[in-house]
Ligand binder design. Sequence first.
Ligand code: ADP
Length: 254
Amino acid sequence: GLTLIIITGLPTSGKSTRAAQLYSYLSERIASQQQPDNNKKYRLHLISDQTQNISRTVYDLSQLPAHVRSANASEKDARAAIYGAVKRVLSPRDIVVLDGLNYIKGWRYQLYCEAKNMSTPHAVLQVGCSMDRARGVNQARLDRRKNNNTQQTPGQQQQSEPTGQMITQQLEQTTGGGQGGVEVGDEDEEPEPYAPENWENLVFRYEEPNPMTRWDSPLFTLVWDDSPSETKSVFDKLWDAIAGEGKKLVRPNQ
Ligand code: ADP
């Protein structure tokens, strides 16, 4: 059965961009696996803070008085919401791409156990990016937001960040993806930036995946500069790991 793919990486390191690329890649693979009775074998889901309307501020410890910091209730609530969303759709027929920081080892372990409970395979995709670049992306978002608030009337929003979309298009060309790919989210709406201290603190708290542990393996990695063909080859390997020949494919209603 299938499958939970956990994306992880530093804040603003390109996770959502890769998640969107993976989503289009998987939807093509699924479409090409159509059953003779025209039933789709798999249903694909993208779950993220954005799809669950979770604000970046839930991660911000500086917003909390010191004595509640260890409990950090808002982040726990956010994780519970994500967990609920994953559980609702996780079945042998569903593929979940879980886009997010997923930076806590214990949280990744919990998700792994959930997948195991459902006998659904799981994989981790780490998105790598230099600290300076990731910080720069967040800073640019903060700057644009500030400029938009001071200089522009609503509806006059600046066109921003074409790069992520451009590489998605390039990837679609590489994978032969027609039909304009898949719409994921509202592309005009710029994701919420992190407050600078929140960003730094999340980097500090980040718990690197360890491929020697069951819950962080199989572990796949993509870095910022990976070309569309390198990206496709990582996605191919990921697909083989979760749905490849060696895996028993579960048919609907079985
Ligand atoms: P995250 O989900 O980690 O917060 P995003 O995917 O939103 O990060 O990436 C931040 C911005 O960086 C995107 O809007 C995109 O413009 C750009 N970007 C991300 N990954 C790449 C990449 N591999 N190559 C070029 N630009 C990228």
